[in-house]
Design a protein around this ligand. Sequence first.
Ligand code: SF4
Length: 762
Amino acid sequence: MRPDDVADAPLDDLLAAAAAIRDTTTGRRITYSPKVFIPLTMLCRDPCGYCTFAQPPARLDAPYLTPEQVLRITADGAAAGCHEALFTLGERPEDRYPVARDWLAAHGHASTVDYLAAMCDLVITETGLLPHANAGALLPDELHRLREVSASQGMMLESLDPDLACHRGSPDKTPERRLATLEAAGELAIPFTTGVLVGIGQDRADVVASLRAIAAAHARHGHVQEVIVQNFLPKAGTAMHAARPCPPEEYLWAIAAARVLLPASVHVQAPPNLSDDFAVLLAAGIDDWGGVSPVTPDHVNPERPWPALERLREVTEGAGFELAPRLTVYPEYAAAPDRWLADRLRFPVLDRSDAESLGRDHRWSPGDDVTPPPLLAGSPATTAAAATASPVGGAVREVLDGVLAGEEVGIPEIVTLFGARGREVAAVAELADTLRREAVGDTVTFVANRNINYTNVCTFKCRFCAFSKGPLSLNLRGKPYLLTLEDIAARVAEAWELGATEVCLQGGIHPDFDGDYYIDVTRAVKEAAPGIHVHGFTALEVTEGAKRLGEPLADYLRRLMDAGLRTLPGTAAEILDDEIRAVLCSDKVDTEEWLDAHRTAHAVGLRSNITIMFGSIEQPVHWARHIVRTRDLQKETGGFTEFVPLPFVHMAAPIYLQRKARRGPTFREALLMHAVARIAYRGAVDNIQTSWVKMGVEGSRQALRAGANDVGGTLMDENISRAAGAAHGQGMTEAEFQALVAPLGRTLAQRTTLYGRVPAPA
Ligand code: SF4
């Protein structure tokens, strides 16, 4: 539809055009911002004719909320899972009311904006909630001041009609002041929310002109993250109490006009609490419901409570969409912090982000002892047909249908699956579960093994690694150590006695090691327990070992094999994408070297596994590249035995402590890693392992319903994840694995490293 036709287009045509733009841009995903609403002051110098928010001093207990009140509201919000602290307030009350001036002076603040900045700072410091400052028409220096302490800001443009009766006597509502604020926000690179208030006396031409002015400002600066289209409703006690409410058709027209006239990159929001039937708003092209609070009322429209989150989800899903929480700053801006966020805000935003820069949807982090959310309701599907019965539509459904038709997923399809939300997650998991059953049946396997981390001294500086110590460091996390060959042999003998079939050898790259060290370790292990399977030495260790001896890698790997080595762990893969490795582990083997080490290992007769350490700084596209690169190698060599997702444990990781990484994947992301891998590796890698150390027992149980078939090792003692802060124990017994698997109605079996069965003791 041509922009010039918007004003007179038949409503159905306009709605269809708007919905089509939304569907192409944001698909089936509708976002909302879980927030608390903080009415910092309800005093205002403007007397807008529709407003019940602004009150005279006599009606208020105090001119401003105190810091204690602000903190109480935000603490409640933080506990309820909110991300946003929305500060809404009247405009420059100190210019009208002496009581406001006196209060500010008594509390050491020069202006309302000054106090607002102090409260934003307090909220970030004390609660981590992300302030969104909604302080009206501001001067550039005021916007700049607030940019330092808020993740985003907002001001409704409302209308460009200078003669509206409702704005008479309101100096902050002149079009010039509103447009100047919008422009200055762009010049200052502030992620900005603006919007139009429809039905306050303007005509369609004014709505179109307002939307075009917003689009023009966005074209200059790229800063308009969303446009709110709000409908006027008359309120008792206001000058407009008897005015006609914005007619529903006119409201739908305005929303659709916004979607058609604004660039597709600008999100369009309509509040769900201002329409009796808010489902219809979805048909007009919105992709966001705005802020919804589980703990505070809408102080601007107190007579219209926000719908409960469950109701919002029900309506959204009823219309064929999926709901996703976002931050106050939209993903496009959160993902480019150098341009859009002040230094002070970068980590608070990152810390609340998931891999798509949307809001984390639960408190769970890998390795902690928080119970993960139940993402898979009901019983598992038992047939492919049942897996297709879910009501999920859109791009995720298309990819799943392709898989059911036998297609192999590529990078774009894998990224689409990682974007699954709500019911889509269960649909992806169901299909993965079906593919798991077809590939390996219903048995859940484990291996009896012991990890031996022979040294924590390492010359490498991987920024996620909480395990390694510099050779001379004696820091709070413990002393550097190096086990002797006798220590290693004793631990192996003990593990063999306890029934272990595998020993897993990994450690730091000690400056004194040459390649012969690893051969000596392997020999010591085999001498201590000739029957034990030696699973050891990452691509980094063998590449370094060969390099330090000046020996071709293939020859070196053959010598390790002769000494008794049988499989290599895939660790050191982290994310097989050099863009990410440059940040996480710049001095380590690069992607090609990792792949080459495994290719060479497979060529000489060793087997290995694929791991992925995910959830620190990378995005789903990097996961997809990792999966496709390893799948390609598997097609070439067939040497991989399994895929092991290792969610990033953030608690003690240096890169997190330096405030440069997220707090691991969300549980949704961790679950999807198992499910998407099962789908993507179909026919290539049959075994998907879940790490109980990182996923926890309940998390592993859900992963077993989402494509995983293996629970990994008993470990006996596990040092690396605990060094990073993981709360789960040091070992699992067979009985504990039985308890993990029993509620799933599946059987547990002990396996060898190569997925043969270990006969039960006679
Ligand atoms: S991950 Fe491995 S190579 Fe990197 S610092 Fe830690 S121990 Fe060293």
